[in-house]
Design a protein around this ligand. Structure first.
Ligand SMILES: [Fe+2]
Length: 467
């Protein structure tokens, strides 16, 4: 249990690591060696080496999580604080790529100190060292819970220190050390008491029996995480391909994805579907890969043939990603994101509820981002104006419920246009493009939409702002 640091160190951090390791050595050297049972230390040390060797690397790549506290807390109960610290020292023997010698030393010192202090807390709270008997329960639970808490807190405090000193980009000394991890650590710690209690019956086989289901569970979770990373990479690669081809839409997919998730959250879509619509937003224009680059990057008006080529992109998109199983409902969104509520969209001319929900959500986010970002044929329009346009075309081009949801979400959370993002402004509602101190309130007071808005329903079937 507990996070292990994997970052690079400078001299200040070296001092810190040195102090942690020295403190660990000191407590072990000064500790009472009398009641330590070496067979138990060896068996639990082996369990710890296996746990450490199968550590899970967290998202930030600067932290790893392993179930090592099961062994050291079991050792605390069976052989006392120094026994716990000695078992924790086996961290150094963990077989795992990643941590350098300095990092291993730090992790070892950190776990040893955590275990030692947990052991002191256990004794202080009235816990007895030795194999727990049936009569030890429930009295042992309180001291053991206290020990588990101290272990987690010392582990996190020391780790936070090293993260603060190394300040890896992206970690900021905070990432990965969240409340959920702390609770998970505490939960895993309970296996320590289980291991210690089973010792009476199973002896050194107790750790093995505890370890097997844990390793299976860890393996399964690891597979899932690996799969998620593969999904992300697939979607990002496709997204990148589209944006390389059509550089005017850089970041567009990301923003449509964000907008769609905002709408989905606002209407209370369940988590799996929100995840699916996030992918749909990223990939909605993947079909542009099948549209000639000269047409995508053309700055003048398009001929009918060129429009026709562009109008093929939803179908082409479907062809490209159809076989990607995990996209599932996102496929319908990709294929129909240019349909209109009044049936004048493409490629199928579906109307109203015939249009898949994902597509209706995407249409709103897509048009909004297209309006508020610079395109080859025109400049960006202000957020307020774009909102007015959405409202104006609600019921004809857009689903009014999703326009309302989107506007409500923007009013609450704001929206960062690409221009505001590059100017470093966080809140688009106060960005210069919208005028000072503008708020999304009175639609009637808004400037009228630009003349000849491409959304004009009287015109021929053509792409609406967004291509
Ligand atoms: Fe599109």
């Amino acid at each position: 249990m507990g996070g292990g640091a994997v970052g690079r160190l400078w001299w200040g951090a070296w001092l810190y690591v040195g102090a942690v390791v020295a403190a660990a050595v000191l407590v072990i050297a000064l500790g009472p060696f009398g009641p330590v049972h070496w067979a138990q230390v060896a068996a639990l040390g082996l369990l710890l080496v296996v746990s450490e060797s199968t550590a899970t690397v967290l998202q930030t790549r600067s932290l790893a999580w392993s179930a090592t506290s099961i062994s050291s807390l079991a050792a605390v109960v069976l052989t006392g604080p120094v026994g716990g610290a000695l078992v924790a020292c086996c961290t150094l023997l963990g077989v795992r790529r990643g941590p350098s010698l300095a990092q291993r030393l730090f992790n070892t010192g950190m776990y040893a100190l955590s275990a030692y202090l947990a052991g002191r807390a256990y004794l202080l709270l009235g816990g007895h060292v030795g194999t727990p008997q049936p009569s030890s329960f429930p009295g042992i639970i309180g001291p053991f819970a206290g020990a588990g808490l101290v272990h987690v807190l010392v582990n996190f405090a020391l780790l936070r220190g090293v993260l603060w000193l190394t300040k890896e980009p992206g970690s900021g000394g905070r990432v990965g050390l969240d409340f959920k991890l702390l609770v998970t650590d505490l939960g895993y710690g309970a296996f320590g008491l289980l291991t210690a209690s089973l010792w009476q019956v199973l002896g050194p086989f107790a750790p093995v029996l505890v370890l097997i289901p844990l390793l299976v569970a860890r393996w399964a979770v690891g597979q899932f995480a690996e799969q998620q990373r593969a999904y992300e990479a697939t979607v990002s690669a496709l997204c990148q391909a589209v944006e390389t081809k059509d550089f005017y839409t850089r970041g567009h997919s990301e923003r449509v994805s964000r907008g769609s998730v905002m709408i989905a959250g606002e209407i209370g879509m369940r988590a799996e579907r929100v995840e699916a619509i996030r992918f749909a937003g990223m990939l909605h224009d993947v079909g542009k890969l099948g549209v000639p680059t000269s047409v995508l990057q053309k700055s003048g008006s398009l001929t009918d043939d060129e429009y026709a080529a562009i109008q093929l992109h939803p179908m082409r998109g479907l062809d490209i990603v159809r076989e990607i199983g995990f996209l599932d409902e996102a496929l319908a969104g990709i294929m129909h994101h240019h349909e209109r509520i009044d049936g004048r969209g493409y490629p199928m001319g579906l109307a109203g509820d015939e249009i898949p929900e994902f597509a209706r959500v995407l249409a709103v986010a897509d048009a909004f981002d297209a309006m508020t970002s610079t395109r080859s044929y025109r400049g960006a329009r202000p957020v307020l104006e774009a909102v007015a346009e959405l409202r104006k075309w609600a019921g004809r081009q857009f689903d009014p419920a999703f326009v309302d949801a989107f506007v409500a979400a923007i009013e609450r959370d704001g929206w960062t246009t690409p221009q505001a993002a590059s100017a470093g402004a966080d809140d688009p509602l106060t960005a210069p493009a919208d005028g000072p101190g503008t708020v999304l309130a009175d639609e009637g007071a808004l400037a009228p939409a630009a003349e000849g808005a491409p959304e004009d329903p009287a015109g021929p079937l053509r792409p609406i702002e967004s291509l």
